[in-house]
Structures are given as C-alpha cells and as structure tokens.
Design a binder for this molecule. Sequence first.
Ligand code: CP3
Length: 339
Amino acid sequence: MNETLLRAARGRTVPFTPVWIMRQAGRYLPEYRALRKGRTMLQVLHNPDLAAAITLMPLRRFELDAAIIFYDILPPLRGMGLDLTFVPGRGPVLADPLRTTKQIDRLRVPPATEAMPEVLETIRRVKPELHVPLIGFAGAPFTLASYAIEGGYSRTFLRTKRMMASEPAAWDRLMMKLMAVAADLLQEQVDAGVDCVQVFDSWAGALGPADYRRYVAPYTRRLFKRLGALNVPVIHFSTGTAGTLEYLVQAGGDVIGVDWRIGLDAARRIAQRPVMGNLDPAALFAPWRELRARTDELLQSAGPRGHIFNLGHGILPETPLDNVRRLVDYVHEKTQGDA
Ligand code: CP3
C-alpha cells in the first residue's frame, strides 16, 4: 500500500508530499452527477455498492494518495431522531430543528452498528479495492449541533450561539450526546477498516476564542481523547480558525487541517505538528500557470515533511478537471525527494 499519507500524518519522512482533496467524491465529477441522476442523496448514501463506486471514482482519474468514504457528516443526526433530507440546490435540511431543551433530552444515542450499518458496509466493500489509505470521518460536536439547531447551514449561527449562552446545561447534554455518537461512529469505522479518520469541525471558526474554549473545546478534547485509543492518525479540520488555532490544537488531533485564510507557515508554527491544506478551492479556476505559481508558494510555506496537501475546504462543483489532474501530479513531481 502507498502509505505516504499515514507517514506524513505521523511527521515521518515521505518520498513526496501526499495529496487528497476534500469532497473529491462529488459533484465536480461528471460520472458522479450521472450516477446521482434520479436518485436522492440518502438513497445513494444508504446503498453500499453505489457509495463504494463513488468513493473509487476520483482515484480512477487522479493519482490521489487517499480515498475518503462517500458519506456525509449529517446522517448520524437521523439515528438520533432528527428528520434529515438533502434538498437539491439547497443542501441539508432538518425538518424539526432543536429549539427546546425537551427535544435535546429526547435525542437518542444509538450505536453506529445499529443506526449507520451502511457506511460500515461501504468501508468493507471499498477497502479491498484500494492501494491507498482509506479515510473515515465524522462531524465534530459543534458543527453537528449547528446543523441540528439551525436546521441547515447558517450564516450567523444565531440560534446555536443563543442556545449555548442561554441554556448552558442543555448545551452540555447535547454536546455530550453528539460527542458520544461521533466517537462510536469513528471507532466502528476503524474496526471496519479505515486507516485514518478526520473530524470535521467546519464551522468552529464562527466562534471567538473565549466561546470556543468555553462551549466547544471541552467536548472536542474529550472526543480526541477517545480517538487516541484507535491507533490511526486523526485529522482535526476546521475553517476560519486563524484567531483560534492554538485552542483547536490544544483540543487535539495528530494533524491540523486549516483553510486558506491562514498561511501554512503560521499554522505550522502554532500547531507544532503536521498540517493539512490549504489551497483556496477557487484557485483551481485560475489558468494553470497561475495555479502552479500559487502551488509553489504554498509548498514553500509548508516546508518539507509533516504536510498533507489538500484544499482549504471542499472542491467546488464547476472545477475544471484538467487543473485537478495537473495539480495532483505537480505536487508529487515538485516535492519528490524533499524529505
Ligand atoms: O468526497 C468526500 O469528501 C466524501 C464525502 C463527503 C460529503 N460530505 C458528500 C456530500 C464529506 C466528507 C462530506 C462532509 C460534509 N458534509 C461536511 C464537512 C465538510 C465541509 O464541507 O465543511 C459538511 C458541513 C457537510 C454537510 C453538507 N452535505 C452540506 C452543507 C451539503 C450541501 C452543500 C454541498 O456542498 O453540496 C451536503 C451535501 C453533500 N455531501 C454532497 C456531497 C457529494 C452534494 C450532494 C449532491 O450530490 O447534491
């Protein structure tokens, strides 16, 4: 197996900088769009054959150094009792968002083997097909809570922030439940065969340092403590964290994933451990010469070793595939023999 990603995640020497792309199994691929035609997101997520096929799609096109299971961070909320759908053109929608403490107390914490057997089956089917590590994942408690409370994506996170400030005891119970669900799901994913896991706290950057430390870090820290027993590298990813990164790092993770709003040199200085990132997904829309120049700068600021190349957030639907292929090949070529 090509273990470059796992070595980089441990800060070991690597033959080249490993590359994978957040949302690499998704809408920018015409074969994905074709397979999704006439099927809902949930139908596909709950069909291990289709989910396994989608997981493999980007690997057939590009020399990626990891696969990520085709799933989503939100289905665990269904097992807890919330009504999740993915609405075309709009994204995830929860029909009965959490607005009262009573609703929080009614949330279940079912084991992943019961609530999400499909994703575990997808892992078992994909794993024998791979010559690169398979990444499993879960949403972090805060990011899951924000969807559960807002009912979908939010620009302001107002209801979530109001809940944490005005109902701190209920917030604690909610975050503990979400932490338990995520920890169990990741444990089961590792047992099913994933080689690495990523915790997506995509919206943690919505909070300032004091709120992050008070309302988020205690739960994230507990989660990472439990993940320490899994013996696979754990990536802690978030966006917009230039001002809170030290506290995210303290919460845990073997690798810290950042977006483009912080330089990788600064991120490495703060993290003092391997980092993942952080090309702006919009850079893939630039002419190749420009994209290459930005990639050079990025690799320069990352330095050798302890860097996993990725975008700073998910790849965008209209991304030119030619630039993706050139980018992946270029990172390999350029970093060959660096460390
Ligand atoms: O390739 C991969 O990364 C694997 C699969 C994956 C999906 N979602 C599939 C998906 C992963 C890792 C995710 C994570 C995810 N999902 C996150 C964390 C990462 C991030 O982007 O911050 C979040 C916040 C979600 C929630 C979610 N799911 C949103 C906001 C949306 C709608 C917006 C969008 O990007 O489409 C989804 C839908 C979704 N999840 C799609 C895919 C491929 C698009 C569904 C479609 O085909 O229409």
